[in-house]
Design a protein around this ligand. Structure first.
Ligand code: SAH
Ligand code: SF4
Length: 336
């Protein structure tokens, strides 16, 4: 019989341990000591430890494989959930940072033309336990980005449960400013998140500065056009003070013109966002190419001349298909 997930059935769990302080003891082991095995929680009575270990899981995922990039040390984890669906997370490390790129869904229903996850269609939302499980598995971390498979705001309830587990001072106590949620931009959900009034960073996958091109690249734009999303982001910034970033993939001959750069600058300045330029990461599911180096530099120069803080993201883990937009939950036999 498969075990029950601690974070996904918390009422039932509280009932099983009987005394509320037991749950608090367990949360302390999980979030302060990164111990996920009930049998090692030595301040619980032995019979309870044994019972919990046989019936409950803290991380409801099994690691199937991990691949490490030879170029930059990035690690891609492939996990299997209880119903056999696959999901991935990516750990990027530098001297001072350990950043985890987390998935919120298996697949994605938004079908953006340039995205490998979009090409695989939608399988299901991940549960809060499966999302926080990826995070705990790779902890301790300095930064968390919701930029893996799926659209975080399409799985809003699980996302917000996880954000609270992360940020609450009696849980993981992880600073909101070290968390970034990447989204295509769903206005109602951005406002709902704003009203929770925490300073999580939001990243907007813009990728085209006018509605016609954006609707071609990202069909969701027909439902949520640029102006509506801009207004929601302005509300988020005003309400929470959280950082805003515009993400812009540069695709050769598609969205990399100088006039696109100028329009993008206008959007970023109006909402108070910096811009993160990402050279397109090629994969077998789309027929696009990365913009030339000179085009990328020109695009960046135009933004900067307009007064926009601009960074160029060098994608990590390209040799193991771990870069943004390349996650497709494929099983691989290559194990570290
Ligand atoms: N659904 C969310 C988060 C997951 S995608 C979103 O779309 O924002 C994370 C980032 O990867 C997004 O900015 C997305 O647009 C980008 N991305 C998708 N495909 C890509 C590709 N082939 N090359 C580079 N970035 C890509
Ligand atoms: Fe989904 Fe984001 Fe990929 Fe679009 S870019 S298909 S929203 S994961």
């Amino acid at each position: 019989m498969s075990k029950k997930s601690f974070f996904d059935h918390s009422d039932e769990f509280d009932h099983a341990v009987e005394k509320p302080y037991r749950t608090r003891q367990i949360l302390e082991w999980v979030f302060s000591k990164y111990v996920f095995d009930f049998s090692l929680m030595t301040d619980l009575p032995l019979p309870l430890r044994q019972k919990l270990a046989s019936e409950w899981d803290i991380i409801p995922l099994t690691e199937l494989s991990r691949q490490q990039s030879k170029e930059d040390g990035t690690v891609k984890f492939l996990f299997q959930a209880g119903d056999h669906i696959l999901t991935e997370s990516v750990l990027m490390t530098s001297r001072e940072r350990r950043t985890l790129c987390v998935s919120t869904q298996a697949g994605c229903r938004n079908g953006c033309r340039f995205c490998a996850t979009g090409a695989m269609g939608f399988q299901r939302d991940l549960t809060a336990g499966e999302i926080i499980g990826q995070i705990l598995y790779a902890s301790p971390l300095t930064n968390i980005v919701f930029m893996g498979m799926g659209e975080p705001l399409d799985n809003f309830d699980s996302l917000t449960s996880v954000l609270h587990l992360l940020n609450d001072s009696d849980k993981m106590n992880f600073g909101a400013r070290r968390v970034t949620i990447s989204t295509v931009g769903i206005p109602d959900k951005i406002r709902e998140l704003a009203n929770q009034n925490r300073q999580f960073g939001l990243s907007w996958s813009l990728h085209a500065p006018d509605d016609e091109l954006r609707s071609f690249l990202m069909p969701i734009n027909k439902a949520y056009p640029i102006r509506k999303v801009m207004n929601a982001f302005k509300y988020y910034k005003k309400t929470t003070g959280g950082n805003l970033t515009v993400e812009y993939i540069l695709i050769k001959g598609v969205n990399d013109s100088s006039s696109a750069a100028l329009k993008t600058a206008g959007i970023a300045l109006e909402i108070g966002a910096k811009v993160n330029l990402i050279p397109y990461n090629p994969h077998p599911y789309a027929d696009f190419y990365r913009s030339e180096k000179e085009t990328i530099e020109l695009f960046s120069d135009i933004l900067q001349k307009e007064g926009v803080i601009t960074t160029l993201r060098e994608s990590k883990g390209k040799d193991i298909d771990a870069a943004c937009g390349q996650l497709a939950g494929r099983h691989t036999k290559e194990v570290l």
